[in-house]
Ligand binder design. Structure first.
Ligand code: HEM
Ligand code: FES
Length: 782
């Protein structure tokens, strides 16, 4: 395998050639697969659809070494998130490193300009990074961001005015490039300067850092980058004369006076240049991607044209589906493992967030756009963890306003035919160079309803809350399925199709004060209905009793999903499906799928009596000869031990049933590889702290004297939010520092990864999404 030695971490192929098992077609025994060898992020197919090009990797080789790049490429959601999350093992130091090393001529041009881009937030290691991030966070607070809203709206209206009566536009060149640049400058506090020159500069910076320029291009790019650096320096100097007023850089200059060691001169200069790029191109590209996606999915576009309140969730789904940063970088600080693959110390990683966002192991039907996807905001387009994009809420606000003004004034706009979407070849940023649209001017709504020009939606800073994203459906049918079990068929109110779902998927029914998960159990080739079966649980928490006693045909319901936490591995040879009671629901859809695939499978279904066991008819009709029934009343019991003894590493066992059944199977399968046994679990994320001893405590809010009780099992953040106290939050697992509050009195049981050890012992800060109190009461500066 050909290795780009200059770029390979250890300078050579990381594999011992000839030493590998003959699992490879390479005569030298090199285990780099043909997919890995062919991977080229500068290739036009990858630029056009990075997630699709990496599908083979998500399926077969989720972490691979790319010889062309000299990087380890990580493509599945869980692995990408794990790398972002662990900022002690995976350093962002190489995030702005040139992916194509410069020629010596280009280097001397940069030297001529004293180019000295040093660490900025995005490529800074801990502990310096979090110290700076926290010192500079203020400008990103919701109330600060709201200052920019009138300007974004005014600019958007002005730019749309310029072309609304033209009947056609290139939205990138006539709007989407310049507005985010102006907003970026405004956000930084920079006076609006020559847009054209800055555009040239920032493209040069992208090519210089993430692109593959030819030797001739390198010279031109180096010249622009050098000029950009000087420009940033000059603006900074001018700003120092009067750093009062709004603007992130002005704030940073003011903070420098208090924290000269944390915010150094070189840091300010680098931040000035990196800040323009971070805030500008990302947002311009993300909006162009979103508009293309929405216009290609006309029913979704029409929906948001009719109901502008859906725009924030459409933005979130577009960021998931077609974000503008498709991959980011890290370097391993020690020998480690990602997704079971060993990465040596110094190994460079390309973490493919676009691929992660299309991982069907995490997002159901990921390639389609679904603005009712309630976990869309869990996308990784903004990264994750301590370096997660600080400007994400400014970007969201801009995107919402762009979409709002365009859907309002040009709902009849369509993509021009036969356009060829071109992308700048580079590994990180993705957005089309042009976006041509056209419309019939005589149909412009403002001609007959000029009042729409003045209307606007209230802007809420941040991602739409997951609670607010749901589908409204209608109950089409309720029927008896078995003793105490009803089947419910749901439809969209307009009869339209639901997103595709896979066997094992569930939905959340939101009924009354309850939200309950139910596995889908219909045939999944009927896209306009969803079916669930609900067992009445007399001793349950009340949700199933409410559903049985209250719901009737024609009622409307809120649901979330479909989502899948119980995914069927379709690549195995043999399957043993085991259901206990109502656990038959996901098992049935798995059996349907396996039958369709022509796989070798058997179903073992235990219940108390035949009349209480749902879907016996369907099992008889579709799975005759494959299904063993074990009604307890007939003294028939499944011999789990014998069932498991027939399994080997090529078998997959799927079980859904009572905890006892799952525990027994876990014990019986201990000798088998981990991926043989799968069971349905709706469990919350694993806790590394023992929470069983947690006690309630009080938060005393210094500003109001209000006392908020934090119950065991509740986070301080949630208790504050429930009491109507606005506290910012993001990761909600102690990684990003957004939810931190100042502590005035009391001792904290710190459980976060944000505060340094010394800060923890000082007891002056508390990360509210995970930390608790050691004392009964804690006074905080809120
Ligand atoms: C970091 C994406 C808009 C400022 C990042 C990172 C990504 C990203 C992927 C690296 C995260 C990591 O390493 O975990 C985006 C996208 C945007 C956008 C897709 C638009 C759709 C903005 C805007 C601003 C901004 C508008 C500024 C106003 C920053 C800063 C960081 C950052 C300061 C560094 C944070 C840190 O390392 O602590 N962004 N960004 N970004 N972004 Fe953005
Ligand atoms: Fe991220 Fe608390 S540390 S929300």
């Amino acid at each position: 395998v050909l290795i780009n030695k200059a770029e390979t971490p250890a300078g050579v192929c990381p594999f011992a050639h000839g030493a590998m098992a003959p699992a490879t077609t390479d005569p030298h025994g090199c285990p780099v697969s043909s997919g890995a060898e062919a991977f080229d992020p500068f290739d036009s197919a990858y630029q056009a659809d990075p997630a699709e090009v990496l599908r083979w990797s998500r399926d077969d080789e989720p972490v691979f070494f790319s010889p062309k790049l000299g990087y380890w490429v990580v493509t599945r959601y869980d692995d990408v998130k794990a790398v972002f999350r662990d900022n002690t093992v995976f350093s962002p130091a190489n995030a702005l490193e040139k992916i194509t090393p410069s020629s010596s001529e280009a280097e001397s041009i940069l030297k001529k300009y004293n180019y000295g881009m040093a660490r900025t937030l995005v490529n800074e290691d801990e502990p310096a990074h979090l110290e700076r991030r926290r010192a500079l966070m203020f400008s990103f607070a919701p109330e600060e961001l709201l200052h920019h809203e009138p300007m974004v709206r005014r600019l958007t209206r002005e730019y749309v005015n310029r072309f609304v009566n033209e009947g056609k536009a290139d939205l990138v060149n006539e709007m989407l490039w310049e507005i985010p640049l102006t907003v970026a400058l405004h956000f930084l506090g920079v006076p609006e300067e020559d847009m054209g020159t800055l555009r040239e500069y920032s493209i040069a910076h992208t090519v210089n850092t993430w692109g593959r320029p030819t030797p001739e291009q390198q010279l031109k790019v180096a010249d622009s980058v050098g000029k950009f650096w000087n420009y940033a320096g000059k603006v900074l100097e001018k700003m120092r004369d009067d750093p009062s007023g709004h603007g992130w850089m002005k704030y940073a200059i003011r903070r420098q006076k208090e924290l000269p060691e944390v915010i150094t001169d070189s840091y300010l200069h680098s931040m000035m240049m990196a800040g323009i790029v971070a805030a500008h191109e990302t947002t311009a590209h993300a909006t162009a991607n979103a508009l293309r996606l929405l216009l290609e999915n006309r029913s979704t576009w029409d929906r948001i044209c009719q109901d502008a309140s859906l725009i924030p969730q459409a933005v979130e789904e577009c960021l998931r589906h077609s974000g503008s940063i498709v991959a980011w970088r890290r370097v391993a600080l020690e020998d480690t493992e990602v997704g079971g693959v060993k990465i040596p110390k110094g190994g460079k990683l390309l973490i493919a967030n676009a691929s992660a966002n299309h991982d069907e192991r995490y997002f159901e039907d990921p390639d389609s756009i679904d603005i009712f996807r309630d976990n869309a905001s869990e996308h990784l387009s903004f990264g994750y963890g301590s370096h997660q994009c600080l400007g994400k809420n400014l970007a969201r606000m801009e995107m919402c306003i762009f979409l709002e003004e365009l859907t309002k004034r040009l709902p009849h706009m369509r993509l021009s035919d036969n356009q060829d979407f071109k992308y700048l070849p580079n590994i990180a940023f993705r957005g089309p160079e042009n976006l041509f649209v056209e419309w019939d001017v005589s149909l412009n709504p403002e001609k007959t309803a000029p009042e729409i020009l003045e209307t606007s939606q209230a802007i809420k800073i941040g991602a739409p809350s997951k609670e607010a994203v749901f589908r409204e459906v209608v109950i089409d049918q309720i029927r008896h399925e078995a003793d105490n079990v009803i089947g419910i068929t749901l439809k969209n109110q307009d009869g339209s199709d639901f997103p595709k779902w896979s066997p094992g998927a569930h939905i959340d029914l939101m009924v009354g004060e309850f939200t309950r998960k139910y596995s889908l159990c219909g045939y999944n080739d009927t896209p306009n209905t969803l079916d669930v079966a609900v067992l009445r649980e007399e001793n349950g928490r009340g949700g199933s009793r409410y559903i049985h006693d209250t719901l009737k045909q024609g009622d409307t319901l809120k649901i979330k999903g479909p989502k899948n936490n119980f995914r069927l591995d379709e690549k195995a040879e043999r399957y043993i499906l085991i259901a206990g009671g109502i656990g038959i629901t996901p098992i049935l859809t798995m059996a349907d799928r396996l039958a369709g695939l022509g796989k070798d499978y058997c179903i073992h279904y235990a219940g108390s009596t035949r009349s209480s066991m749902a879907f016996l008819n369907r099992l008889e009709q579709d799975h005759a000869g494959r299904c063993e029934l074990y009604p307890k009343s007939e003294d028939r019991r499944a011999d789990l031990k014998t069932l498991v003894s027939a399994a080997d590493a090529t078998t997959r066992i799927y079980v859904c049933g009572p905890d006892r059944m799952i525990e027994t199977l876990e014990e019986l399968c201990e000798h088998l590889p981990e991926d043989v046994l799968h069971f349905e679990h709706f469990a919350a994320k694993t806790e590394s702290y023992d929470t069983s001893q947690d006690k309630a405590f009080e938060l005393v809010l210094a500003n109001s004297g209000m006392v908020v009780t934090v119950e065991p099992g509740q986070t301080a953040l949630n208790a504050l939010k429930a009491a109507g106290v606005e506290v910012e939050s993001d990761c909600e697992e102690g990684l990003c520092g957004n939810c931190e509050v100042e502590v005035l009195e009391g001792e904290i049981d710190h459980r976060d990864n944000v505060l340094a050890r010394s800060e923890k012992s000082e007891n002056k800060r508390m990360v509210t999404c995970c930390s608790r109190a050691k004392t009964h009461s804690v006074k905080v500066a809120l």
